[in-house]
Design a protein around this ligand. Structure first.
Ligand code: CA
Ligand code: CA
Length: 162
């Protein structure tokens, strides 16, 4: 396991969008794009599951923090039942996650992904697969896990790898 800690002394981020709400998970042509809702501290967790409702199993479950909303787009669907906010998507060929602003947690699946923490102090766990993890602005914790991972801290402060 490799871990990188990026500490940023000053954040020069611009004000961000106020537009509405809700994280989206969109599966189009095998590419899954997850975009966090603005103004939210997201907890986005991806995992393969065989409880796939109308989708072919296995599929990918995308969960969100209990107090937030996640909306399916494209080939993603709402699960038949779920205790926490979640959507189900076909197993993707590629995953892109944008956690947006504020302090977020992203738990990636055991597959290749590109994860951007965005502004805020984020925790990004890549797990398996060859991932590209970018904490963005903030004091971020990047945990690559197994696989050949690329990690990026804010360019101004250079990459920090432990
Ligand atoms: Ca966020
Ligand atoms: Ca960040």
């Amino acid at each position: 396991m490799r871990a990188a800690l990026c500490t940023v002394v000053a954040a020069l981020c611009a004000a961000l969008p106020a537009a509405a709400s809700a994280t989206t998970a969109s599966s189009v042509g095998g590419a899954l794009t997850i975009t966090a809702g603005p103004g939210e501290s997201n907890w986005i967790a991806l995992e393969t599951t065989t409880s796939c409702g109308p989708l072919t199993a296995p599929c990918l479950r995308v969960g969100e923090a209990a107090n937030l909303t996640i909306t399916p787009q494209g080939a993603c669907v709402l699960p038949p039942f779920s205790t926490f906010p979640a959507v189900l998507c076909p197993i993707p060929a590629a995953v892109s996650v944008d956690a947006g602003d504020l302090d977020d947690v992203v738990e990636d699946w055991d597959g290749p992904s590109a994860v951007g923490g965005g502004a805020g102090n984020d925790i990004v766990e890549g797990r398996g697969g060859n991932d590209v993890l970018d904490g963005g602005v903030g004091a971020d914790t990047l945990i690559g896990g197994p696989g050949d991972d690329g990690m990026t801290c804010p360019p101004l402060f250079g990459p920090g790898i432990i």
